[in-house]
Design a protein around this ligand. Structure first.
Ligand code: ZN
Length: 189
């Protein structure tokens, strides 16, 4: 026969067991949630950009299909948008600027500055050879053309009159860029 005290003890024990079981479950689900990726749709998903590791090669007709007229003219035909007309020249929003053609991550908003030129200006691209440079002798000037290393999109030019610490000015067409606004910290980066 169990006395009154024994019964209370038993009940208490069961309660403690349930409580400790509960709390460990709670801890587990918390860990699961923090590991989950944000369900918010990113620009990369919206635009349907594919695997970022491979070089992108498309025919002229395919690019024309994918891009609007201005994007096509600037990125595939080395055009230049008129100064002070692009959508990003005075943007101060934090984020990463992607290649509008292939989604390659090109510039961080941290390196963007107001050069007064009327085009988005950066003093450095993101590391990892995302941006390629080649000599451009058109219009009787020798300029360094800047292209996307992944899909060869024309982005703009780089000049040596930028601010510290690089003294470079990457003068980029807005139409070649897509800003992916900074969300919460990306896991694992
Ligand atoms: Zn690209």
């Amino acid at each position: 026969m169990i006395g009154k005290n024994g019964l209370i003890f038993l009940l208490l024990g069961t309660f403690c067991l349930a409580a400790s079981c509960n709390s460990s479950k709670l801890g587990q689900s918390k860990a699961e949630t923090s590991g989950e990726e944000s369900s918010q749709k990113t620009i990369v998903e919206e635009k349907g950009y594919d695997d970022m590791s491979e070089k992108v090669e498309k025919t002229d007709a395919e690019w024309k299909e994918l891009l609007n007229d201005e994007e096509y003219y600037i990125t595939r035909q080395k055009g230049t948008e008129r100064a002070f007309t692009g959508k990003y020249y005075k943007t101060k929003e934090e984020g990463v600027y992607l290649c509008t053609c292939c989604g390659n991550k090109l510039f961080d908003s941290e390196t963007k500055y107001d050069s007064g030129s009327g085009w988005p200006s950066f003093w450095a691209p993101l590391p990892g050879d995302k941006v390629a440079q080649e000599m451009d002798g058109s219009f009787g000037m020798v300029r360094n053309e800047v292209t996307c290393a992944r899909c060869d999109a024309h982005l703009g030019h780089v000049f040596e009159d930028g601010p510290q610490p690089t003294n470079l000015r990457y003068c980029i067409n807005s139409a070649a860029l897509k800003l992916a606004p900074k969300t919460e910290e990306e896991p694992g980066s």
